[in-house]
Design a protein around this ligand. Structure first.
Ligand code: NAP
Length: 248
């Protein structure tokens, strides 16, 4: 049976590592990006050169119109979607809550929460037995920030990830009897570009000595947990979260 996966925000970082690993595991891979076409095409080329099947899709996953168009294009290109990884996310400059304006809060909520709801909605309509689908699996990329709260850095981001944990718990129960499993991973400090958007590109190296394993994580280590949750190996797991944090 054909396996087709959409990974939101897979031009770079954790999403890109997940796309590459999914291709190795035989998925047709839908690589989504917001603006970095070159990076997305590099991931797609690398999959296709190894004999896999991948296509890059530009779409802002916080936009209803873009998400609708994205899923319609995937229907045409690959047919039935079997797996969704809600991964695209942002953080903004490190700041206390008293200095956060409403425009920033709206951007974080739209990018990190609304997008996960919009893509889950479309995936359910294609996967759920209620809609004539044959089932599937969703993994939400949350963050350990949901537990720590990220004080003095980005409480808004942390709160958005708390919402993703709650989405995972609730949605998993809603669709459990319709052939869909919904789980999450909570990465800790992973070497990606996201820390630069917070104003501290070297953040992982600053923090790593305080972590039990004394090192930062690599995107590939998160990708392995995501692919396991999507696989039949995790067939009786839903509504659960795997922390990938080096022990934090
Ligand atoms: P990253 O390296 O900054 O990459 C972000 C990706 O998301 C890029 O592919 C970007 O596309 C895409 N993106 C952002 N907003 C988008 C939107 N509205 N629509 C479509 N694509 C969008 O990030 P990362 O570190 O890999 O993070 C991935 C996920 O892991 C996020 O949910 C993040 O919160 C979570 N996480 C990361 C860490 C960490 O330490 N890195 C820890 C915990 C959780 P473009 O390339 O086009 O810009």
């Amino acid at each position: 049976m054909d396996k087709t996966i959409l990974i939101t925000g897979s031009s770079r970082g954790i999403g890109a590592a997940t796309a590459l690993l999914a291709a190795k595991q035989g998925y047709n891979v839908c690589v989504n990006y917001l603006q970095n076409k070159t990076a997305a095409e590099q991931i797609v080329d690398s999959i296709n050169q190894r004999g896999g099947q991948a296509i890059a899709y530009k779409a802002d996953v916080s936009s209803v119109a873009d998400v609708t168009a994205l899923f319609n294009k995937i229907d045409k290109d690959f047919g039935r979607l079997t797996a969704l990884v809600n991964n695209a996310g942002i953080l903004e400059a490190q700041s206390r809550v008293d200095n956060m304006d409403v425009e920033r809060l709206t951007r974080v909520i739209n990018s990190n929460i609304i997008s996960y709801f919009l893509c889950s909605k479309e995936a359910i309509k294609r996967m759920s037995t209620l809609y004539g689908g044959k089932g599937g699996a969703i993994v939400n990329v949350s963050s350990i920030a949901a537990r720590t709260g990220s004080p003095n850095e980005y409480v808004d981001y942390a709160a958005s990830k708390g919402a993703i944990d709650t989405l995972t718990f609730g949605l998993s129960k809603e669709v459990a009897a319709e052939g869909i499993r919904v789980n999450a991973v909570r990465p800790g400090f992973i070497y990606t570009d996201i820390h630069a958007s917070g104003g501290e590109p070297d953040r992982v190296n600053r923090i790593k000595s305080s972590l039990p394993m004394k090192r930062g994580g690599h995107p590939e280590e998160v990708a392995k947990a995501i692919l396991w949750l999507l696989s039949d190996e995790a067939s009786f797991s839903t509504g659960t979260i795997i922390d990938v944090t080096g022990g934090r």
